[in-house]
Ligand binder design. Structure first.
Ligand SMILES: Nc1nc2c(ncn2[C@@H]2O[C@@H]3COP(=O)(O)O[C@H]4[C@@H](O)[C@H](n5cnc6c(=O)[nH]c(N)nc65)O[C@@H]4COP(=O)(O)O[C@H]3[C@H]2O)c(=O)[nH]1
Length: 810
């Protein structure tokens, strides 16, 4: 007896009984039933069950059992049924609810089975590794992807801890992170390295969560994603970024450390970059300048026209090539100040080689411009007076000659030398001398027209070029103007100074047709003016050339004279004015040239000084004078102290004192028989160093005489300090003491000063008894001059020594 049960829902169910297999099958074919219960006595049960199963594949087929023991047994038995139900159960009230529970349980089992099967297929197909652990953390499941990632099989993962595969270096951090997530109930995710079964390392991303049933922890599920590829890509990207950063940094540092200003623009002409130098030069900080139109930040104008200069960036972009800035360009800074700039603009290309903007590189050339202009000026001008120097003068004279030649005209050159300027320099120092030269330059410039050129050749020599003259006489008024202009005293500091010029004039084409000859002619004429008593002007004449030739000849002959012993010393007595006795002598050099005959110092000493020969000549003079005195002494003559003249060049020579002492030693002359005469201007020039040399001479026992006293510019305070024994009044004052009241006063004053300063005073150039009487009346100590004796050779002088009754004897 088959029995069928249908569960419509949990509360309502229906039972139908049918008899016989055929009816049951027919019924089952009509409707769906959940349970079919078979009578235990059903014949041929196997076939019946198979037929029923076919009719209702999903129904639960049970067998009815008549036994009382047991209850519902849920198991498939040999006949194909899926369990049995006893009579007790069938009789009981709960039979039908029991069947319902049975049906529900089966449904659950099937659903679970299905779900598990679904999970398994998902997990096995999943590219994510899955690691499932129980509530104790021991692994109960790992999927194939996990095996793939970790390099472990289930046998190796089963029962292990989830963190086992994590790289030991990452593990502590990950565990801490996991515990935090647990505590805070936040999702856990981490990127860690797995150490694979074969020891290789793989980057993974882990997600882990707790499987819970209410508050109860059932276990954990962990997913593992292999992110090695991503990590490798990231590493490559990071390396590329690092390289890019380093590259940018390098470029930035380079751009900011170079002296040139760098500015870039985009295609629209907006500023995209400025380096530090560009910020400074434009006055625009990068932040302010970015995005602004280039013309606003980089304002440039033509230095001459003041018009806006063409934008170099635009040209570089449109022509796609490097272009230079317009010449003479001025950059107007943000604050309106300007600076001269120089340089270029170049196009910037993008990856595809397309022009994407332009970069302008520029630098300040204000200083180098100014320096170049200054340098050019310095090369052509005299640093002291600012007048054209020899270089520019030569150029101008050459131009003037060219013009005059073309127009058959004449040009004039005035060579101006200041008379006795050396005295000012030597006495008052170079500072005063320089100011004087500047003042002279100004006055000279005022004497000529704008078309004329006043220049300085050096020292106290000036040159004036008059490029357009009608006749040579036209130059006279210029020369006269110069003489008159310089006649007014100069006030330099506290000094009132006088200076006169000697002017030589050369005319083109009469006196020379090239620059050198013209200059030579004017120079020669100037020397002529000097020899004519200075403070005048002279035109060049051909006869003057003879003098120049003679000068050159003297210089070359002087060298020979020294070697061949053509010099001789003459001696002139110095007399005590009261006793009339000889107190000493001055040694004066003479030159016996085989052709020129007897040459006096005035004709060659200046040349010897100019060419430096004065030093060896001076040494010869001292040695000869010492030797002579020693000879006189040895011969038992009444020798007197002999004074030698020392020139400035000798006095300042570094070996002067050593050589002097050596000469004294070698000749053996007692020092008190040697005197030294030094000019006033020589001593006052660099008085401090003069003082040191004078003291050294004094320590050697040498008497000192100031020569030409009254012609220089003595400082009284120095005069007092100098260890001088005698002041020698210059013969220019003595000459007219009888007739000229001024000279008489000067001489009286010098004698008075000598008395006050406790110095002896000697007057030179005494020729007459009147002069002698005047000097005596003024209490002058000594005198020297033709009245008492001419300078004579040593032999002749020895005679006068012999006549000396009270000569100084060794
Ligand atoms: N009108 C006139 N002249 C008189 C009279 N008494 C002497 N003199 C000349 O006056 C000059 C005096 O010498 P100084 O002033 O030192 O001037 C010297 C001196 O500065 C220089 N000098 C001469 N010998 C030497 C020397 O050995 N060494 C150096 N460095 N300079 C010397 O040459 C200058 C000229 O020497 P000198 O031609 O010998 O000329 C000498 C002398 O001959 C006189 O009563 N009337």
């Amino acid at each position: 007896m088959p029995l069928a049960l249908t569960v419509a829902d949990r509360a309502a169910y229906r039972v139908e009984r049918v008899t016989g297999l055929a009816d049951a099958l027919a019924r089952l074919n009509q409707d769906g039933f959940d349970v079919v219960v078979l009578d235990g006595a059903l014949p041929d049960r196997h076939q019946s069950v198979a037929a029923l199963r076919q009719a209702t594949p999903h129904a639960l087929i049970l067998r009815f059992s008549a036994e009382h023991e047991g209850g519902i047994e849920w198991r498939v038995v040999g006949d194909g049924t899926q369990g049995r139900i006893t009579r007790d159960d069938a009789d009981a009230d709960g039979f039908l609810p029991t069947l319902a529970t049975l049906v529900a349980h089966r449904a659950n089992q099937e659903a679970l089975h299905l779900s598990e099967a679904r999970f398994r297929s998902i997990s096995e197909a999943s590219p994510l590794g899955i690691f499932v652990s129980d509530d104790q953390g021991a692994c109960i499941y790992t999927n194939p992807a996990y095996h793939e990632i970790s390099g472990l099989n289930f046998g190796e993962t089963h029962g292990t801890d989830w963190s086992m595969a994590i790289h030991p270096d990452d593990r502590p951090g990950v565990l801490a992170q996991w515990h935090d997530a647990l505590r805070n109930q936040t999702p856990f995710q981490a990127e860690v390295r797995f150490v694979r079964g074969d020891g290789s390392v793989v980057w993974t991303r882990l997600n882990r969560a707790v499987t819970q049933d209410g508050a109860m922890c059932l276990g954990h599920v962990e997913t593992v994603e292999d992110i090695s590829q991503r990590k490798a890509t990231e590493a490559v990207l990071r390396a590329a970024e690092d390289d890019l950063f380093a590259e940018r940094e390098r470029a930035q540092v380079t751009l900011n450390s170079i002296g040139d200003a760098v500015l870039s623009t985009n295609m629209q002409g907006s500023v995209t970059y400025l380096n530090s130098a560009a910020e400074t030069m434009t006055g625009w900080p990068l932040a302010d300048a970015l995005g602004r139109p280039l013309a606003e930040v980089f304002r440039i104008v033509d230095g001459t026209t003041r018009q806006n200069a063409p934008n170099p960036a635009q040209r570089a972009i449109s022509e796609d090539r490097t272009v230079g800035l317009a010449a003479n360009c001025l950059l107007i800074r943000r604050d309106g100040t300007e600076s001269a700039i120089e340089d270029s603009a170049a196009p910037i290309h993008n990856r595809d080689g397309q022009v994407a903007g332009a970069v302008i590189v520029f630098h300040d050339v204000s200083k180098s411009h100014a320096a170049a202009i200054k340098l050019a000026h310095l090369a052509q001008h005299d640093f002291l007076t600012g007048l054209p120097n020899r270089v520019l003068l030569t150029e101008r004279i050459s131009q003037a000659i060219g013009l005059a030649h073309r127009h058959h005209a004449q040009a004039a050159l005035l060579f101006i030398d200041l008379d006795h300027f050396k005295n000012i320099n030597d006495s008052l120092g170079h500072g005063v001398g320089d100011q004087m030269l500047k003042a002279v330059a100004e006055r000279l410039s005022r004497c000529v027209r704008a078309t004329d050129t006043v220049g300085r050749l050096g020292g106290d020599e000036f040159l004036i070029l008059l490029p357009e003259i009608d006749q040579p006489e036209d130059t006279v008024w210029v020369a006269e103007k110069i003489l008159a202009s310089l006649a007014t005293p100069f006030l330099i500091g506290e000094h009132e100074l006088h200076v006169t010029p000697s002017i030589g004039i050369g005319i083109y084409p009469d006196d020379g047709i090239d620059v050198d000859t013209m200059m030579q002619s004017a120079d020669t004429a100037m020397y002529h003016a000097k020899s004519k008593g200075r403070n005048n002007h002279q035109f060049f004449t051909s006869e003057m050339n003879a003098r120049v030739v003679r000068r050159l000849a003297i210089e070359s002959r002087l060298h020979r004279a020294l070697k061949q012993g053509e010099f001789e010393l003459y001696y002139q007595p110095k007399m005590d004015l009261v006793s009339g006795k000889m107190t000493g002598a001055e040694a004066l050099i003479r030159w016996h040239d085989p052709e020129l005959g007897l040459v006096v110092p005035e004709q060659f000493m200046a040349i010897a000084e100019e060419c430096g020969l004065i030093v060896p000549i001076g040494r010869w003079v001292l040695r000869e004078a010492c030797r002579q005195v020693q000879t006189w002494l040895a011969n038992g003559l009444h020798a007197v102290p002999v004074a030698v003249n020392i020139s400035a060049l000798e006095f300042r020579h570094k070996d002067f004192l050593t050589s002097f002492a050596l000469t004294l030693k070698e000749t053996g002359v007692p020092p008190r028989f040697v005197q030294v005469e030094l000019t006033e201007s020589l001593l006052m020039h660099n008085a401090e160093s003069s003082m040191a040399v004078l003291r050294a001479l004094k320590r050697m026992g040498i008497a000192l005489v100031i020569d030409d006293f009254g012609t220089g510019y003595s400082s009284l305070s120095y005069l007092k300090q100098f260890p001088i024994d005698t002041l020698k009044i210059d013969q220019s004052f003595v000459r007219d003491i009888v007739s000229d009241g001024d000279d008489a006063s000067i001489v009286s004053a010098v004698i008075g000063m000598g008395i006050k300063l406790k110095r002896r005073v000697i007057a030179e150039g005494v020729e007459t008894q009147e002069q002698r009487a005047f000097l005596l009346a003024q209490h002058c100590d000594e005198a020297q001059g033709y009245l008492f004796g001419y300078p004579v050779p040593a032999k002749e002088f020895a005679l006068s020594l012999d006549q000396q009754v009270h000569g100084l004897r060794e």
